[in-house]
Design a protein around this ligand. Sequence first.
Ligand SMILES: [Zn+2]
Length: 659
Amino acid sequence: MKAEEGPKHVEKYPVLEPGSRSHDRRVTEIKTYETPQTFHAPDRYSDWKERKEHLREILLNACGLWPMPEKEPLQVEVFDRKEYDGYSVEKVLMRTLPGYYATGNLYRPLPKKAGDSQRYPGVLCPHGHWPAGRFADDERASVIRRCVSFAKQGYVCFSYDMVGYADNRKLLEHHFAGDREKVWGITPAGFQLWTSIRGLDFLQSLDDVDPEKIGCTGASGGGTQTFFLDAVDPRVKVSAPVNMISSTMQGGCDCENPPSIRFDSNNMEIGAMMAPRPMLMVSATGDWTKLTPTVEYPAVRSVYELYGVPQRVEWYQQKMNHNYNLASRQEVYRWFRKWFYPFRSPEHFVEPADLQVPASSELAIFPGHEIPKDALPKEQLFAKIREIDRKRFEKYLSGDPDEFRKTYGSAYRDTLAVEEPDPANIKVMSSKDFEVAPASPETGTWNLETFLLSNPVTGQEIPAHLWSPKSTTPDAAPVLLVHPEGKAALLDEQGFPTGSLKEYLDRGSPVLALDCMGTGEFVNDASATNRGERKGHFPTYNLTDTACRVQDILLGETYLAKRFGKPAEMVGLAGAGGWVLLAHGLADRSASTTVDLSGLDTTDDACFVNNLYIPNIRRVGDFVTSIILAGKRPVKITACQDETLRTRLDRAVKRTAES
Ligand SMILES: [Zn+2]
């Protein structure tokens, strides 16, 4: 519901005092990429190890890479070799996805003598948001000088475009992901991380590269690409993320903010996933890494200490603005020499101020080369990716159920990022209780408790009504009844239970009715409905409204199980059926689920974009995965008008019966 619509139902029994605002932290504490962050390693190595494994999965899932896509055999065209003083440069077109190509240059040392078959360390060189991208070459930052210097120092260096930069502009734009792409996990961050992973495959495949000696370095957005790759790929052996591991700024671009990765993480923790491998944290006094010596470096080092190798992480700081200039590069050359060429004299690893480098026109792939014939325009490319994802999902779905739960079940949990609360954490803050006597005396009297249902761990504070019939039937399960417009929508104009609420009360069940996020009394509070979840990088740092509602439902059913000592029935009325069906797979303490899916338009992913927005949700199997996670807990689905969806859901229900 949108704020401007205002509350649709009069609150006869309000929980919040008139004029007071919600203290739900999901409303009052919206995080952004500029919210200051803290990090310190856990006390025990085993806890870090477990956390690191989970975080790796979260990162890959956020980038649409969990489960990892199948790698096609490398299809790389390396061409237009030119020789310069001590190094050569070639152009690289690498197919990383059916219909998409990574673009870049390969800088190699020239053999010292004919027939020299030496293997060199390889270096991946992603770049930041410099307007010229991998062709950047000025005092502030030069990607070309970095690559030429590496080649002259004895490294094979792959420099590749960000999506939509330099040559890659011809293939895709940089900010390409709309909401439909996001619900399928198709993001610039995912494209770039996948390019880095395939770039590593490419370097390892070269006969002049030592596959065990691969480094990675980039600045700014290239720093983000560096520590994302470090975090997920153990093949990176030495790293130097430049001017990007910060406690105060987590990255300002889409390509640094795949949805959901920083709900409870940050760049210090992600950067620390490099441990125990050597890492140099390059920083500057004039940007968001000015606190590196006192904040970010000690935070990252705390993880290296768990491995007993604090000396493998170092920092360097320059009095300068944001950069990857000569002084920063010089430190990185020193760092790479220390690990890759410890026995060679340091003077071989200095970049001369007057270094001669090729012009960008000598490095560019287009227009000299044709656009690959199988490169797809973006809509077709995204359709192709969705098709591949669907097929992979189907393959897992018809395979081993345990394997399905391990991959997609886990991805589903990471995508929603909510879970049943520990019952011990549930708090009830009563406001006022009522005895509601209806007009016709034969139906008896209902008791109504009004309270805020809260969980201090998650910050939830949900206005709630618990209705009890005059006489409860001993075997009637408690019911969680969810209306899309909140608890007041279950009452008639006089404030008496009506419709479904009355039916369940007449049956003898106590009924809990909630104002899920953004509904009911939340609507009076403008901040609740102005969470701005499609703006900025909101879903990277905060749960979307839909995910919050699933979280509220899990709190409600757990509360009922605790209060009545038996599992609850969860009921999602039309408009809230999707929320409850998404909660179904995570609601282990519940008895059963009944949902009405009226009004959900599932064609072209519309309902997930417009009504049930959670990034990645379609790629991880949405309702189908939820049903399978619930196992044998019964689910009744009514009013599913879309035949394709009905077939999918029927199949999922059947699958749970078989397993
Ligand atoms: Zn970007």
